[in-house]
Design a protein around this ligand. Structure first.
Ligand SMILES: Nc1nc2c(c(=O)[nH]1)N[C@H]1C(S)=C(S)[C@@H](COP(=O)(O)O)O[C@H]1N2
Ligand SMILES: [Mo]
Length: 314
């Protein structure tokens, strides 16, 4: 993102060798008559220290897509969590030190019933769903991830948003003792949504992926997932959710407002100032594919932006 030089961007589009190998294994297994899908990857070894913490029961969601899921190893081993380093393998290597229990999330600001939720309360707040979503990173790679979570609206309803609340800010954990990359962004990493975006049924709080609790590098113990926006809107390791009357500042917008707008809707027609957003590389694929308007969720979300000039309000 901001700190990427052009040569780094090119590098980010080259799928690492390990992922090609996974892809080949996938194709071999699929060819050998195994039904293609998530189950294939559930048998693969996890990181040695990761206890198998299954989340259940899980409801299926009508919002899930049926595209081939990105292997667990890639979803958890090739990603961004800049507090733990800017390399795509850094989060998996460095985020293990994050203590995800005890953990609380304060919900405050313009609400009738401000409340602090313990992570165990969040796990029981609403029926857990599996949501298989595309995730499109602003760096032009994408994944398909089977998240486990529930609609953010279920949480917001519990705190009674006031009529004056128009925006929601997400504040993430920051501990300079373990998150040593101080200069990249103005920590803590914060993000924001308009209240109607936050209440949209596609917007979820995720507590897991591939049927298990979130690995630290993917934003444990609780992170946002907003599938029609660039990946950076999906803030990881959330500690506070604040309702505001006015648009909150966001970490990437503060650091490079000309590159990262508040809305950050996936839009193949609006280029990033330093690269095109027209295509993307699905992790594990060789070829690029066209990027879809609103990341393929236009039918569900386009109406939220009626009358807006999406080139100006990017
Ligand atoms: N706190 C925090 N949240 C973050 C980030 C980050 O650096 N710090 N990176 C974002 C970016 S750029 C992307 S693409 C997604 C990646 O989510 P994933 O690792 O689950 O694929 O997380 C987002 N959330
Ligand atoms: Mo990203």
């Amino acid at each position: 993102m901001l700190i990427k030089r052009p040569d780094d961007i090119a590098a980010s589009e080259i799928t690492p060798r390990a992922l090609f190998e996974d892809r080949r294994r996938f194709l071999l297994k699929a060819g050998a008559g195994v039904i293609a899908g998530a189950a294939l990857w559930n048998g693969l070894p996890r990181a040695a220290d990761a206890a198998p913490m299954k989340l259940s029961p899980l409801q299926a969601s009508p919002f899930s897509i049926s595209e081939e899921q990105t292997p667990y190893k890639a979803v958890t081993g090739y990603n961004n969590y800049y507090e733990f380093g800017t390399g795509k393998e850094d989060p998996a290597m460095n985020a293990g030190v994050l203590q995800t229990r005890p953990w609380t999330v304060r919900v405050e600001g313009l609400v009738g019933k401000p409340r602090t939720f313990d992570i165990d309360e969040l796990l029981k707040l609403a029926p857990l769903e599996e949501r298989i979503y595309r995730l499109r990173c602003v760096e032009a790679w994408s994944m398909v991830v089977p998240w486990v979570g529930f609609p953010l609206a279920a949480l917001l309803k519990q705190v009674d948003p006031l009529g004056s609340a128009k925006y929601v800010e997400f504040v993430t954990h920051y501990d300079p003792k373990i998150m040593t990359r101080r200069q990249i962004l103005d920590w803590p990493y914060t993000e924001g949504l308009r209240l109607d975006e936050a209440m949209h049924p596609l917007t979820i709080l995720a507590l897991g992926l591939y049927g298990e609790v979130l690995p630290n590098q993917n934003g444990a113990p609780v992170r946002l997932v907003v599938p029609w926006k660039y990946g950076f809107k999906s803030a990881k390791s959330i500690v506070a959710i604040r309702l505001h009357e006015t648009q909150p500042a966001t970490a990437w917008n503060k650091s490079a407002p000309q590159e990262y707008g508040f809305y950050s809707n996936v839009n193949p027609e609006v280029d990033h100032p330093r690269w095109s957003q027209a295509t993307e590389r699905r992790i594990g694929d060789f070829r690029k594919r066209p990027t879809l308007m609103f990341n393929g969720y236009a039918e569900q979300v386009a109406s939220l932006y009626q009358g807006m000039d999406l080139r100006r309000q990017f």
